[in-house]
Design a binder for this molecule. Structure first.
Ligand SMILES: Cc1cc2nc3c(=O)[nH]c(=O)nc-3n(C[C@H](O)[C@H](O)[C@H](O)COP(=O)(O)OP(=O)(O)OC[C@H]3O[C@@H](n4cnc5c(N)ncnc54)[C@H](O)[C@@H]3O)c2cc1C
Length: 395
């Protein structure tokens, strides 16, 4: 199958198999939708479309970041697109770092079952008592005793913890180290570990969460795991975290563009079909036309920005593409909020019902401006890197 055929197949799958499940699938508990999702995952495997983002060596389609971006846009139109193809956050990021940094033993126990879709995983970095925007100040500490890490700490917003088999935990493993960027490690912790307390699934925008759709609060009470559970080497936590975020942001931004396109279609369909006064359609009003034009321009601009960042990651690597990654993260998240908001407004009361996908997008994706780095953090990082160049030029 060439890339164009892959995209066509994926698009047909999303429209025929996933859109047809709405709104049923959007408003029921995780356990009730899981059998259907498992059946769909088997279908994806049988069509040879499983793991689009993973190299062929590890059983995937071997797409580049730019190609996977295009696929992410198609999958993003459904909240379950990525899940059905096993390229959903946070598992996709965990697969990536296990492939790059995992030992043979770690790959055997954690990576291969994850690639097959037999287990799920999660990533625990953010803490209730410390600003997630500055993870250097984490309070989860691991001491080293008799060949083990002994972990104490408190995390929240560990997405997908409920039902996951393991967590990759970002923690401080060298609290007295002089270099703040070398104090942290990423350590694999099985969720069945003694002393790992599942406090709750945090309810978000009225959604109680469950399974892969959960965001958990967890506590570590002297949780012991062997030192061999570290990813890469002790002290490399931040280096590994940098690696995981580039491709992940391409995936999220293109997923949002997929949502924008669907919301945009709904908005335009409503504009041409809703009669606002005798013989006058909503789409004839200039305010609505302004929204349609602005949204079209901003969605197109978003896609071009993400494609540019994805091409640069493919050629230069994620580290040298940090500025472009910051740009797409805050820009696309804001475009998503605007497009969904305009589409809701054009629908009037219907826009806030669960009769269309719009309310679900609105509830779930307000968080887009916060997770993977809040808008303000990305803007500040970008501006600093720009101003640094000016200072250097004047020297
Ligand atoms: C739906 C969702 C899923 C998530 N999933 C995960 C997950 O799986 N694993 C995980 O570890 N974390 C996860 N997170 C957490 C997320 O990464 C953090 O919320 C994010 O990093 C911000 O940290 P914080 O919430 O502690 O906000 P804080 O760091 O307290 O920041 C609060 C606000 O302050 C402002 N701010 C912060 N720094 C600056 C600055 N330098 N300049 C100007 N303004 C600033 C921003 O407006 C920011 O929104 C998730 C969050 C959400 C909402």
């Amino acid at each position: 199958m060439d890339f164009e055929e892959i995209k066509k197949e994926i698009e047909a799958f999303v429209k025929e198999e996933l859109f047809s499940l709405e709104p049923w699938i959007l408003n029921i508990e995780w356990e009730k939708k899981l059998p259907k999702l498992n059946e769909l995952r088997e279908k994806v495997k049988s069509k040879g479309l499983w793991l689009p983002q993973i190299s062929k060596e590890y059983g995937g389609l071997g797409l580049t970041n730019a190609e996977h971006g295009e696929v992410s846009e198609i999958l993003g139109a459904s909240p379950y697109g990525h899940y059905c193809f096993n390229c959903q956050a946070p598992d996709a990021g965990n697969m990536e770092i296990l492939i790059e940094f995992g030992t043979d033993e770690q790959k055997e126990i954690y990576l291969y079952p994850l690639l097959k879709g037999e287990i799920r995983s999660c990533f625990a970095m953010t803490e209730p008592d410390h600003a997630g925007s500055n993870p250097i100040k984490m309070g989860t500490i691991a001491s080293k005793e008799n060949g083990n890490y002994v972990i104490k700490g408190h995390k929240w917003f560990t997405s997908g913890f409920d039902g996951a088999s393991f967590a990759i935990v970002m923690l401080v493993s060298d609290p007295n180290g002089s270099d703040p960027h070398k104090k942290a490690s990423q350590v694999i912790v099985p969720t069945s570990s003694q002393g790992l307390e599942f406090v709750r699934n945090i309810s978000i925008m009225g959604h109680p969460g469950g399974g892969w759709e959960s965001h958990a609060e967890i506590k570590f009470h002297d949780v012991k795991v062997p030192l061999t559970n570290v990813l890469g080497a002790d002290g490399e936590g931040f280096t590994i975290a940098q690696k995981r975020l580039g491709p992940g942001r391409i995936h999220h931004c293109m997923r949002w563009i997929g949502m924008c396109e669907r919301a945009f279609d709904l908005m335009c369909e409503r504009a041409v079909s809703r009669e606002i006064s005798e013989g006058v359609m909503l789409g004839e009003k200039q305010t609505i036309q302004n929204w349609i034009s602005e949204c079209r321009a901003e969605i197109n601009a978003s896609r071009l920005l993400v494609q540019d960042a994805a091409n640069k990651i493919d050629t230069l690597g994620a580290y040298k593409t940090r500025s472009e990654i910051s740009i797409i993260k805050f820009y696309c998240a804001q475009v998503l909020q605007k497009v969904v908001d305009c589409a809701i407004q054009v629908h009037g009361a219907k826009g806030v019902t669960d009769d269309t996908i719009l309310a679900s997008y609105y509830r779930h994706e307000r968080a887009a401006r916060i997770y993977d780095g809040a808008d303000e953090v990305h803007k500040s990082r970008l501006a600093r890197s720009i101003l640094k160049k000016y200072k250097l030029d004047y020297k």
